[in-house]
Design a protein. Structure first.
Length: 190
C-alpha cells in the first residue's frame, strides 16, 4: 500500500502542470472518486487546511492522504511521490536546457499549458462549490471574496490574497461568535 501511495502521487506529480491548485482536481478525482481513500468532505477539509498551512497545497494534501492510509510511512511515500517528478524535471531542465523557453515550440506549449491549468483550477473550485452545503452566510462570504479577487486582479491593486483569506476568517469567526457557539461537538448546528 505504501508503494501504491508513492506511485499514485508520482503520477499526479508527473502529469499535472500548474502547481497545487491545478492538482486539487486530480487528487480529488483519484483519491476520492476512484480509489475512495478519503471522502469528499475530508478532501474539502484537507484543501482548506492545506491552503491555510505553510507549504504547497498539493504536498500538504498528499501528506494528509498518505498519513490517513498508512501513517507516517504513507505520508512520506505520498509526499515524495508528488515532489520527486517535479524536482527531477526541473533539475534536468536546469542542467540540459538552460534557455529552454527561447525554443519556440516549448514557449508555445507553455502557453497552451497555462490555459489547461486555469481550467483545472476552475474545475476544482466548481466541484468543491457544487458539493458544499449551501448555507447563506458561507455563500455570501464566497461571493464577496470572489468579487474582491476579481476586482483586485482587474485593477491590478497590490493586495495579498492572504489578507483576503484572513478577512474572511475574521468575518466567519465574528459571525460564529454572534450566533453563539453550538452545543454539539464538532461545530455542527441542527
Amino acid at each position: 500500500m505504501v508503494f501504491t501511495l508513492f506511485l499514485t502521487f508520482a503520477k499526479i506529480g508527473l502529469f499535472t502542470f500548474g502547481g497545487g491548485y491545478a492538482m486539487i482536481s486530480i487528487i480529488e478525482n483519484i483519491c476520492v472518486e476512484k480509489k475512495k481513500w478519503i471522502t469528499h468532505d475530508e478532501m474539502m477539509d484537507v484543501a482548506v487546511i492545506a491552503e491555510s498551512t505553510p507549504g504547497p497545497i498539493a504536498i500538504n494534501c498528499a501528506t494528509f492522504v498518505g498519513y490517513k492510509k498508512k501513517g507516517i510511512w504513507g505520508a512520506i511515500a505520498a509526499t515524495l511521490g508528488v515532489v520527486l517528478p517535479s524536482f527531477i524535471i526541473i533539475y534536468l531542465i536546469a542542467v540540459f536546457l538552460k534557455d529552454y523557453l527561447e525554443i519556440t515550440w516549448i514557449a508555445n506549449a507553455f502557453k497552451g499549458i497555462r490555459i489547461a491549468v486555469g481550467i483545472l483550477i476552475l474545475d476544482a473550485g466548481l466541484k468543491m462549490f457544487m458539493k458544499m452545503k449551501k448555507k447563506v452566510i458561507p455563500c455570501v462570504i464566497l461571493g464577496c471574496s470572489f468579487v474582491a479577487m476579481l476586482l483586485i486582479s482587474i485593477f491590478e491593486w497590490s493586495f495579498s490574497s492572504v489578507f483576503l483569506m484572513l478577512i474572511a476568517a475574521v468575518v466567519s469567526l465574528v459571525i460564529y461568535l454572534i450566533q453563539g457557539a453550538p452545543a454539539e461537538k464538532g461545530g455542527a448546528r441542527k
